[in-house]
Design a protein around this ligand. Structure first.
Ligand SMILES: Cc1cc2nc3c(=O)[nH]c(=O)nc-3n(C[C@H](O)[C@H](O)[C@H](O)COP(=O)(O)O)c2cc1C
Length: 265
């Protein structure tokens, strides 16, 4: 059996917290904690709960500088602040003529790094489209044009590709010049990861909007779309498409919403 954990028997106090949080029944504690199962999916909860730091994950040994201690009673953002932050988020379609640099993108992807994923698969993968954006959008049109009778926006996009003087702004990207695509085998994991980077973007004064029409390319012809991304496993789907940039328009108030429907049953 390949052991995934490194357990320091000297440090271990046999408190059993690690075996209690393990959802794969992989740890048994006698005189000290012992990895007994072969089902570990490296969620890291055993190491995160250990009071004395006796456990580490072997395959992440090179990433130990990423591990930080925290006190879970200290919640760094209060409800009111977080809710106000969510209220202030607006979809942004009008951008300054300034590109986001790689260091700033890296800050956003930190949100995805700390994102949960189905069975801890961590298979969410991103593409930042910048120089190849126009080329990509041509492919998107070629795939989604089968729905142009249904969606005026797609028809308008086709007309714009033929003659971009007909409309001041791009029918799908508006003033957007950079696009983040999110791929994964699991839709929920992809959307969660993207939402986190989106919120971090707003915290840095950036903004953007999700694009429904770009996503249609994956729904209509996934195989063809993936030819554009030969480095990405074709089993992964494009589940999020977020146009991003530096906001130009300043919004001053929230927008009305219909009451949220919640069913307690
Ligand atoms: C899944 C999804 C797809 C969206 N698709 C588009 C789109 O294709 N084009 C666009 O301009 N806005 C798009 N939006 C933005 C919505 O129109 C926007 O969220 C809504 O009008 C409310 O405005 P707010 O985001 O500022 O609260 C999309 C939003 C979501 C969540």
């Amino acid at each position: 059996m390949e052991l995934k954990l490194s357990i320091d028997e000297e440090l271990c106090t046999a408190c059993k917290l690690c075996s209690q949080v393990c959802i794969r029944d992989n740890i048994v504690v006698g005189g000290f904690a012992v990895e007994v199962g072969s089902n570990c999916f490296e969620c890291g909860h055993c190491m995160a709960v250990c009071k004395v730091g006796a456990i580490s994950l072997k395959s992440y040994e090179a990433h130990e500088d990423r591990i930080v201690d925290y006190d879970s009673r200290e919640i760094p953002v209060g409800y009111d602040d977080l809710l106000q932050f969510l209220k202030q988020r607006r979809s942004i379609r009008w951008f300054k003529n300034k590109k986001i640099d790689k260091e700033t993108f890296a800050k956003l992807f930190e949100g995805a790094y700390y994102s949960p994923s189905a069975q801890n698969s961590q298979d969410v993968e991103f593409v930042v489209l910048d120089e190849k954006l126009d080329e990509f959008m041509e492919l998107v049109y070629d795939i989604i044009k089968v729905q142009e009778d249904e969606f005026f926006r797609i028809r308008e996009f086709g007309d714009y590709l033929n003659d971009n003087s007909i409309k001041e702004f791009h029918p799908l990207l508006w003033q957007g010049k950079q696009l983040i695509l999110t791929f994964s085998t699991d839709k929920t994991s992809a959307v969660i990861a993207n939402t986190r980077l989106e919120l971090l973007a707003y915290s840095l004064g950036l903004g953007g909007f999700y694009s429904l029409f770009i996503l249609k390319a994956d729904e209509i012809d996934h195989e063809r779309l993936m030819e554009f991304f030969p480095g990405i496993d074709v089993k992964k789907h494009m589940y999020s498409s977020f146009v991003i940039g530096y906001p130009k328009v300043k919004f001053r108030r929230t927008i009305p919403h219909r009451d949220i429907k919640v069913n307690y049953i």
